[in-house]
Each structure stands twice: as structure tokens, then as C-alpha cells.
Design a binder for this molecule. Structure first.
Ligand code: KIV
Length: 281
């Protein structure tokens, strides 16, 4: 019988008000968007990782991670596309369902993929599909340009995470994954983006590849927690692509990641050992 807390995790400190009553279990406390938002004024940094399947989600949940994101990075990490622009809403729904089945306590967010939020109505319809698949929150890329969509999602009662800085869904227009905020103009743009996301009702804001001093400034500027990826140490939390953290996508090694494991080497070793054992008879 689970109390809702993974062994050794400190997640109990951060649970919000939502308490699920499940017959035959005592109670499982879920991390809520409100609890994540309240971490803005806490010294405990928010920890977040992506997951795209049931076993990974279950392991991350049991490890005590605060937030799991079904990121559209799954386009590269599990579907083999060159970038995220090929990912469909159906892909996101399918993977969100699998991840949701593995989670007991962690907050589950899912990405709205490319071209799934062209208008406010489309954004709400797409967000509802992800929520129906098990997401507790959704994220989309962009600030001022997407203000109507963000507002419509939060007005619909769906917890929302913003994402500004380098926007992978725009990688083709932008010609690569480049640090943002190196010029005065970019810095001012990022500040306006952050304020637009906050004004839209987001409970947290991902800063991707934002120059570290600008990320620190935005973290001071907004009242919602910032969650950085490749944006320096001064955010309220950090998020990574799970495959980068554990060395499960060895063909691309982003500069901002310090891998904590070499899963691809472990898999190669195991497969070679199996081949040898079978061939040896
Ligand atoms: O798709 C993704 O993985 C993301 C990152 C912020 C981790 O959006």
C-alpha cells in the first residue's frame, strides 16, 4: 500500500490541495500547479524532466521529481524526426496517456505541438485533448504572439506553463538552436515575452537557451517560477530532456547537459553480451 510518497522522496513537502481518494489505497497526494507556483518563494528549486513512456514516467515519479513533461522533443528522442515540427497532436495524446499511467504523485504537463494552437479556439480544443489524455497542465511555445491562446487556455481552467527563449518549433526559421538574449533588443523582447506569459495566467515559465544574466533578470521580474534549460543557474528550477540526462541519445550532446549516466553504452554492452552468449551456444 502506498502512502503516495516515493521512498526517499521529499515530495510530501510540496503537495498541493488536490487529494485523490482511491479505494484500497490510503490517499495519494498529487503535486499541483499551485504547489509548483508557490515554490517561487521557496529555496527549493523545482526539478523537472521529460518522459514519453510508462516505465520512464514510473521511475521518475518514484524518484521524487516535481514535474514530468511529455515534451514534443519526443519527435527526436523517440520518433526519430530531425526536429519537433513533425510531431502531431495525436502523437502527444498517445505518449501522454502512456506517461499518465506511470504517475502517482508528480505533476504531469504536456506540450501542445506545432500547429496545434493557431487560434484561441484551436488552442483550447488541443489543450483539452491533452488533459483528457491525463495531463494536469499544458505548455506552448511563445509569449506576446500567443497571448490570446494562453489566456483562452487558462480561462478554460487548464493550468498552463509558458515557454520562451529558443523555441524549438521555430528552429527552421531561426536556423538552429542559438542562445537568446545576447543583444539589448533580444533582452527587451524576452522581458516582454515573460510578462505576456505571466499576464496570460501561466503558473510557471520555461526559459530555454536564455543568456544566463537575462534568465536571472527575468526570474526577478516575474512572480511565477522560472524553469531553465540551458539558461544558467539562477532560475527557480531546472528542466532537462530525460534522454540527455541519462545518455540515451548519444548522437547529440547539448552543451548545457552534464549526463549522469551512459544508458546507451549499458544497452550496447548488454546486447553484445547477449549476442555472444547466444552465438556461443
Ligand atoms: O519538448 C521538450 O522537451 C521541452 C523542453 C523544455 C524540455 O519543451
Amino acid at each position: 500500500m502506498r502512502s503516495g510518497f516515493a521512498p526517499g522522496s521529499n515530495i510530501g513537502k510540496y503537495v498541493g490541495k488536490l487529494v485523490l481518494n482511491i479505494p484500497s489505497c490510503r490517499m495519494i497526494n498529487r503535486v499541483t500547479s499551485e504547489a509548483i507556483r508557490n515554490r517561487k518563494n521557496s529555496r527549493d528549486r523545482i526539478t523537472a524532466l521529460t518522459a514519453y513512456d510508462y516505465p520512464t514516467a514510473k521511475i521518475l515519479d518514484e524518484s521524487g521529481i516535481d514535474l514530468i513533461l511529455v515534451g514534443d522533443s519526443l519527435g527526436m528522442t523517440v520518433l526519430g524526426y530531425p526536429d519537433t515540427t513533425h510531431v502531431t497532436l495525436e502523437d502527444m495524446v498517445y505518449h501522454t496517456r502512456a506517461v499518465a499511467r506511470g504517475i502517482s504523485t508528480t505533476l504531469l504537463a504536456a506540450d501542445l505541438p506545432f500547429q496545434s494552437y493557431g487560434s484561441a479556439d484551436q488552442a483550447v480544443a488541443s489543450a483539452r485533448r491533452l488533459v483528457a489524455a491525463g495531463a494536469n497542465a499544458v505548455k506552448l511555445e511563445g509569449g506576446q504572439r500567443c497571448y490570446q491562446q494562453i489566456r483562452a487556455i487558462t480561462d478554460d481552467g487548464i493550468p498552463f506553463i509558458g515557454h520562451i527563449g529558443m523555441l524549438p518549433q521555430h528552429v527552421l526559421e531561426e536556423g538552429g538552436y542559438k542562445i537568446k538574449g545576447r543583444t539589448a533588443q533580444e533582452r527587451e523582447f524576452l522581458r516582454q515575452e515573460a510578462l505576456a506569459v505571466q499576464e496570460g495566467g501561466a503558473f510557471a515559465l520555461v526559459l530555454e537557451l536564455v543568456e544566463s544574466s537575462v534568465a536571472a533578470e527575468i526570474t526577478q521580474l516575474v512572480s511565477i517560477p522560472t524553469i531553465g534549460i540551458g539558461s544558467g543557474a539562477h532560475c527557480d528550477g531546472q528542466i532537462l530532456v530525460f534522454h540527455d540526462l541519462v545518455g540515451y541519445f548519444p548522437w547529440l550532446k547539448p552543451k548545457h547537459v552534464k549526463p549522469e549516466a551512459d544508458v546507451s553504452a549499458a544497452i550496447r554492452d548488454a546486447v553484445r553480451a547477449f549476442i555472444q552468449r547466444v552465438r556461443a551456444g
